[in-house]
Design a protein. Structure first.
Lengths: 327, 328, 328, 327
């Protein structure tokens, strides 16, 4: 079933809202109102395209720190996110224990991830194993940066999923850098999708600025996984338009020309033009969306600013569970 | 009550838990048709099938990482690491992930899993089949660390570990697998709670704190000492982490002298924490220095028999340390 | 003498060692054009080229495992782990390989390498950019573990570490990178030997044992205490492993009271070994319980500022502990 | 330059001597004279074929525990080996600190390996890096079992070598089992050589019972590495004819029929017949070799039996080096 026009517009809206929220985080950082931000700017088309291919409330998402727009798509509110930026007690991922953008949303089947890269990949395979054991038709989508596929952890996770034909889609968000280190120093192949051939599962490469192409590729992989046809690796190629994080200065390792070049391929611009061209959205509508996004972000900042910080001693718990957390 | 071996007690515990709760499954190297290299899973593959007694690839990170994921999904994995010495590839998944998941998600996600591993020397295993690794984990909040010393506890504690909503490191003294026998109720289910240490021999003159194989030797050494008129109390620490300060301090209050024994290297070993606890909170009760008897600070237990014997703590060495401390 | 920061001292040490010995090279994530995420390798890529200041793949096991191999070949790698929290994927290579190579080959093969990693909290890094990991390594014979507290030592100890024929874990208190400044001789080469701890403040009433950032705070707390008439001795442990028992016990002999401070979790932390050493060999000298002040037993330092402050040991908390112990 | 007939006979002799030595180890174990043995029986053709492709005294070997015949080829004496079986002080690998078959021979550039599998692979890449840095034309040969390629450690080692085009040959000795676990549970590809395509280097499969085919394949890879053309993965397929080790009982996981089947492809038989067929060896000569091997093994056992055990307290050192061990 192809995406409806409504769905397509909704997807664009998710991209746009995430982008404006993400940009605001940079502003808050410059204003000294938050201590840290790590950005998804430039990766929204791939993220939204991918996450719309799984079923909300049924499938599983095991994300990484750039996946803000996936989280927004799955139901994390802008206020939730700004609270995490500010370290407010009520932020839903960790009660402000983790740095911002280290997501978790139990009720949406979004698994908590940590900072050490690639540790989430075996979790995805383990969830896939559980699904297979129970004979369910759920699917796991997990994401990672291209640099992080250098970790043995990723290899082992994919290998296990391939051996047992688990319903897992391994999405690699290739934004060309791991902080300062370019792809050529991470691998001797031209795409992380190429790594799949060595592990016995399909590897697909897709243009990460093309939201609907990403959707199609991931949807096919998800459908296969759901049918019991096993896992896939998908690499979406894109570009990290911001420095690695608010602690980074990217001028030492890439030219301004390079960044400017890729700004022309900004997925927000690409997708906006595509929607307008295809008659799915008018300039008018777009402006309304922009206003709506701005208001949503403004409100979020205001609400989050009012929210209380945790008390120091709240950090004493919860170290050990008294009961497991399953239904 | 029948007398069974340690390894049989462990096998029984897993058998019963697999039968009780169909979320429980075993994953590890050679745990399937082979029944485990120590035969701890013997017969379980035949009884519960390939999916619940699952041969993993030769990759400990996979075993634990997939276990964490399965636990998040709602399963209750028992991960077997073939020898404790091979747990290091999984260190990141244990220390960064399993132990911190509950805290970092502010209680959203639990990781109910058990990581079993045979540990310890004296079996001719050389540097890489003899290691004691508990001290790497008794420093990691979020984990529990359990080491049984006898079949009754092994069975009861392992069953508790499987039911615990937290990740539990369960280290089994492999030298005792067949050597240590003990009574276990036959027709009656039981568990042993994770947490409390246990006074396994009452005495007045000094306390020996030990666990695993060394607890076995400590009891023997206490008997020897008794013949010489030294009345030794023995405490089996059993749950190393979180530490049972209360039982430890209560015994020191009574005997005023403490000897801590483990086979792991001395420096930075678990004994340091027991000693530090006593030095901090039992100081007023102490009549003598807090003594530690442990493996020497060399990388691991060497293979050749004379060198292995040089390394290993045994009944004789414990008895000597008891005599010294009693005479202080 | 000029005043420089910790991170500048570390940069200078590497610069000088790269210039002195062409077997020395640096490998790590973002150490090249980026100059390291803390700028510890700034300018070295430009000066020594891509082969001697080498960006690794994003894989700590690779960094250390390749480092071990290069050391076996005859190189002298300096491996940078971007944050100590990310050292666990390399744990197997450090604990199974680097530390045991010399012993297991009966002296045939040496692994002269340094593993540098910034550690510690108080910088808003949350659970995974704030960890103290030293206690995992101060239990591993074959390794040396060094933590400097000031620019002079940082430079001198790092140069010694590069020249040491053994694997040296070199943990750098990242909060002090720019905060702690100190004098370092300008035109004169020097090294600081690995091994000895150092009495950095003489006192009579009690001794505070600390290292890294906590040593910095301990000196400040000692000043506060002095205003209240408490005469505190401070010992900078510097080389944690092998432990300098002599300096520790000598100070306890003098002051009869010991307070050990670290920011790592309390239980099973390095302080346990220091306390145990004192309780065993300095018992007769003690006038009070051996006190430890350390991070609480939660998985790691939380991100949000109030929770971070709750976790972190600081000057005020140390001063309070000093007052308590002095009053005992 | 093709192998001379003399070389070929020497290679067969090395296989044969290793086999008889290995068999004696099993006998010694049954007699209760040694505590442990782990065997290379069935893997000699591949091992000898491979190790003859590197240059003694110049190239590097980073082996694993089944490589007895490689060690014999490189100069470890049968007495040395029996001493290690018996835990005698003078055994050259570790002074009896390690279990038998955990090899090291400094003077022959054979690196000490441990029991945790795959830890040797990154060492090989590190040595390769050193060689490249010094502009030398040395090569590293490293070996591993097929099961152990499941470790992320192996993946990371190969990946690094591929990125930097290091002179390393990664030989996988695929004997079909990792203790009891068959290849299908380790990987979803049919050969570890297939894994190479995902890492950007050549992957070659070869019949591990054919010593000269293995030689040719490894020689080509070694030549490429020496020229600066980078690393290769080679998988030699074979069969472990004995249980995993003296602690193993293989009846639980494979049928006697299967083992009997592969005994017919025993590389000693295969290579003996080949040499006789090609007129490189007569039955007479073969008998002489057998006698020579028996005598050599007898002598080794006698000599090793006489050699002293270490004293216990010798185990106290050497923990720390005073000086590095390089020239
Ligand atoms: C195990 C580990 N090592 C190092 C880091 C530090 N680090 C954080 S993000 C990053 C780069 C990640 O690059 P990539 O995987 O390409 O993802 P991207 O950030 O480009 O999306 C590094 C090195 C880390 N988080 N974890
Ligand atoms: C890290 C690690 N885990 C487990 C073991 C136990 N073990 C020793 S050999 C072996 C099987 C190895 O199989 P493979 O790699 O195929 O080599 P083979 O023995 O068949 O030659 C296992 C599981 C080990 N030595 N190291
Ligand atoms: Mg990237
Ligand atoms: Mg095999």
């Amino acid at each position: 079933m192809p995406l409806s026009n409504e769905k397509k517009k909704e997807m664009f809206w998710t991209m746009l809202l995430s982008r404006r929220l993400d940009e605001r985080a940079w502003v808050l950082h410059r204003q000294g109102k938050i201590a840290f931000h790590i950005s998804g700017i430039g990766q929204e088309a791939a993220q939204v395209g991918a996450v719309y291919a799984i079923e909300k409330g049924k499938d599983w998402l095991v994300p990484y720190y750039r996946d803000l727009s996936m989280l927004i798509a799955m139901g994390m509110s802008p206020t939730d996110f700004v609270m995490s930026l500010m370290g407010k007690a009520q932020e839903p991922s960790s009660g402000a224990r983790q740095m911002p953008s280290h997501f978790s949303l139990r009720q949406a089947n979004i698994v908590s991830h940590s900072a050490p890269v690639a540790t989430q990949s075996p979790h995805a395979s383990g969830i896939g194993l559980g699904i297979k054991m129970d004979g369910k038709d759920e699917v796991v989508l997990t994401t990672i940066g291209e640099g992080s596929t250098s970790q043995g952890e990723w290899y082992e996770a994919v290998n296990f999923a391939a051996i047992h034909q688990l319903p897992v889609v391994f999405l690699v968000e290739n934004n060309r850098y791991a902080i300062s280190v370019p792809q050529e120093k991470q691998m001797a192949v031209s795409s992380a999708a190429d790594k799949a051939c060595g592990l016995g599962l399909p590897g697909i490469e897709v243009d990460g600025t093309q939201m609907f192409e990403v959707y199609d590729a991931v949807k096919e992989a998800v459908d296969n996984a759901r049918k019991g046809d096993g896992p896939s690796v998908i690499e979406a190629k894109m570009y990290r338009l911001t420095p690695h994080s608010s602690d980074d200065d990217d001028r030492s390792y890439r030219t301004r020309e390079e960044v400017e070049h890729f700004k022309k391929e900004d997925p927000i611009i690409v997708m906006k033009e595509q929607l307008i061209e295809q008659g799915l959205m008018t300039e008018e509508e777009y402006k309304t969306l922009e206003e709506k996004a701005k208001k949503s972000v403004d409100d979020a900042v205001e609400e989050a600013t009012r929210a209380p910080y945790p008390k120091g001693e709240e950090a004493a718990t919860p170290v050990y569970a008294e009961e497991e957390n399953h239904d | 009550m029948t007398e069974i071996t340690m390894v049989e007690a462990i096998r029984q515990a897993m058998d019963e838990e697999l039968a009780r709760d169909d979320r429980v499954f075993i994953i590890g190297e050679d745990v399937g048709v082979r029944g485990g290299v120590f035969r701890a899973t013997q017969g379980l593959f035949e009884k519960y099938g390939e999916e619940r007694v699952m041969d993993s690839p030769l990759a400990e990170l996979t075993i634990v990482g997939v276990g964490v994921g399965a636990a998040l999904y709602g399963k209750r994995p028992i991960c077997e690491i073939q020898f404790a010495d091979f747990i290091y590839p999984a260190f990141n998944q244990i220390v960064s992930e399993a132990s911190k998941m509950y805290y970092r998600s502010n209680g959203q996600w639990t990781v109910p899993m058990v990581i079993r591993a045979p540990y310890g020397g004296g079996i001719g295993g050389g540097l890489y089949h003899s290691q004691s690794v508990e001290a790497f984990f008794t420093h990691v909040p979020g984990l529990k660390v359990v080491i049984p010393s006898n079949p009754y506890d092994a069975k009861g504690l392992l069953k508790s570990a499987v039911r615990d909503p937290n990740p539990v490191m369960f280290f089994e003294p492999k030298k005792g697998y067949r050597l240590i026998k003990g009574e276990v109720p036959e027709d009656q289910e039981y568990t042993v709670p994770i947490g409390p240490a246990k006074v396994t021999r009452e005495g007045q003159d000094l306390t020996v704190f030990a666990y695993g194989m060394m607890h076995h030797y400590a009891l023997q050494a206490a008997e020897k000492a008794a013949e010489e008129g030294i009345d030794v109390e023995v405490v089996d620490l059993r749950t190393l982490y979180p530490i049972d300060q209360e039982t430890i301090l209560k015994s020191v209050r009574k005997t005023s002298k403490a000897l801590i024994v483990h086979e792991d290297n001395l420096t930075g070993g678990y004994g340091a924490e027991v000693a530090a606890t006593i030095a901090e909170w039992g100081f007023k009760d102490l009549d003598a220095p807090v003594r530690r008897l442990a493996g020497p600070d060399v990388p691991a237990v060497p293979f050749s028999h004379p060198m292995q014997e040089w390394f290993m703590v045994n009944t004789e060495k414990i008895a000597n340390a008891i005599r010294d401390l009693a005479a202080f």
